[in-house]
Ligand binder design. Structure first.
Ligand code: SF4
Length: 462
């Protein structure tokens, strides 16, 4: 029997405590999508480990499989259904295995997942992560269950965690988004903006520092508006700059990063907090999306190209050595060749260190997906994408070449996945530097940059 539950409780709850009931069992988590999902998966892993489980190497050896889904792009949806098909065969051989599907696609398409993959035991949303163990227990006793709620029930960061990197941690400061970007599904799957109280955040960062964490990344959909839904000192206002300063003062935390700011809400108080707080890194992700005012308006981004470039210049003037990355969407409905050339112009002028470039993907449930008569022909999109990638790769290579011969401080992430004799490290500006030798994850040291490539640097320890 499939049950669908809608919980009415709008207040955030503390995770329930329970004694381990799954000791000896093994779990495997597959995560699609953004850092918010990576962070949620770490929390799900934390809950599984508190319940006595340990990590499995893959689907086949797992007693519990959790698929954390994403719905931002069609590709992620397809891969998710591909995984569910593969899991059907595994579950036929091992019917005791508990299969859970969570995340944004589950929040949005719960009924479709049930219909296309009836062998899934639990379908749950993005707002009730803390319920995963109870839902699994329920499914084992009573059969498949769907529990998707519309309001946030527990802030993910209040849950136990099993971090991928011991020295580095994500900290949720805000969930949801009040904007209405016409290409984006996030507001309908993650809900309205809810900020976590600053004292809770600082306490968590202090606990992390005591645990040996040296780098934190603050996570929110639109961090610049952080705090405007909280009544602090009797006022509601964005206080992200103040939060950065407080987090940056926590002893032991040497690097603070954040994602994502919004060009429309990014103001000089945040830039000043970045410049004046030693631990806050000189790195800004500043999503452009398009360089055409007409397309930006159709996307509901709230800024035009002039405002974007002015804010970028303001950030660079205030923060010395700032590295900037961006997002660009190619082929938004109605984008003409002229619009696209305006995007190329801004990309050339802005000189981003790196860019995430996407082909427009219509997501059911978004306003842009309905503009079918304006969809750009595939051939034109492919051509534009190749021209944009060529330009940005050249600029990325030139920006990296500016570092040749420089000595920079890096933080090691441990051996590179492709070559164990090389460590993958990162500069404060977020650039990857490959360094020969074994350098334990979490170690800081200086390197001299000897090679510059489009997407990484090579250096040696000094
Ligand atoms: S700011 Fe726009 S793109 Fe970012 S999460 Fe909100 S609606 Fe989506």
């Amino acid at each position: 029997m499939t049950q669908s539950v809608m919980l009415p409780n709008p207040t955030l709850r503390e995770p329930a405590r329970r004694l381990p009931t799954r000791s000896g069992q093994r779990y495997f988590i597959r995560t699609f999508g953004c850092q918010m999902n990576e962070h949620d998966s770490e929390r799900i892993a934390g809950l599984f480990e508190i319940d006595g489980m340990s990590r499995a190497d893959g689907f086949e050896s797992a007693d519990v499989v959790y698929i954390n889904t994403c719905t931002i792009r069609e590709n992620a949806d397809n891969r998710m259904y591909g995984n569910l098909g593969q899991l059907k065969a595994i579950k036929d051989l091992n019917p005791e295995m508990v299969l859970v599907v969570g995340g944004c696609a589950a929040q949005k398409d719960r009924d479709m997942i049930r219909e296309r993959a009836p062998w899934v035991d639990v379908v749950m949303g993005t707002h009730n992560l803390d319920r995963v163990l109870d839902l699994m227990d329920h499914a084992e006793s009573w059969g498949p269950i769907t529990e998707v709620v519309d309001e946030l029930q527990a802030m993910p960061s209040s849950l136990p965690v099993r971090r991928e990197l011991e020295h580095s941690a994500w900290v949720t400061i805000q969930v949801g988004c009040n904007n209405t970007c016409t290409f984006c599904i996030v507001p309908s799957v993650r809900g309205v903006e809810v900020s976590r109280r600053p004292g809770d955040i600082v306490r968590e960062v202090e606990r992390l520092a005591a645990d040996g964490v040296v780098e934190v990344t603050l996570l929110g959909q639109n961090v610049d508006t952080y705090g405007r839904d909280l009544a602090l000192d009797g006022r509601r206002r964005p206080i992200f700059g103040e939060l950065l300063r407080r987090v940056g003062e926590v002893e032991g935390i040497r690097r603070v990063r954040f994602t994502s700011p919004h060009p429309n809400d990014f103001k000089d108080d945040v830039a000043r907090a970045m410049a004046e707080t030693d631990a806050v890194c000189e790195q800004l992700h500043f999503p452009l999306q398009s360089g055409s005012d007409r397309v930006l308006a159709a996307m509901h981004r709230g800024y035009n190209r002039r405002k974007y470039l002015d804010r970028l210049q303001m950030a660079r003037e205030i923060i010395p050595g700032l590295a900037v990355s961006t997002d660009v969407i190619v082929g938004f409905p109605g984008e003409t060749e002229e619009d696209f050339e305006l995007t190329l112009e801004v990309v050339e002028e802005a000189r981003f260190d790196s860019a995430f470039m996407f082909i427009f993907s219509p997501r059911p449930g978004t306003a842009a997906a309905k503009l079918t008569s304006d969809f750009v022909p595939e051939e034109a999109i492919r051509d534009r994408f190749a021209r944009l990638a060529e330009l940005q790769n050249r600029v990325s290579g030139e920006k990296n070449a500016e570092l040749l011969g420089a000595t920079v401080e890096v933080l090691s992430e441990g051996p590179s996945r492709k070559n164990e004799t090389v460590a993958t490290t990162r500069t404060r500006t977020g650039k990857v530097v490959h360094v020969g030798g074994a350098h334990r994850a979490g170690a800081f040291f200086d390197v001299k940059v000897e090679e510059a490539h489009q997407h990484h640097l090579v250096g040696s320890r000094v």
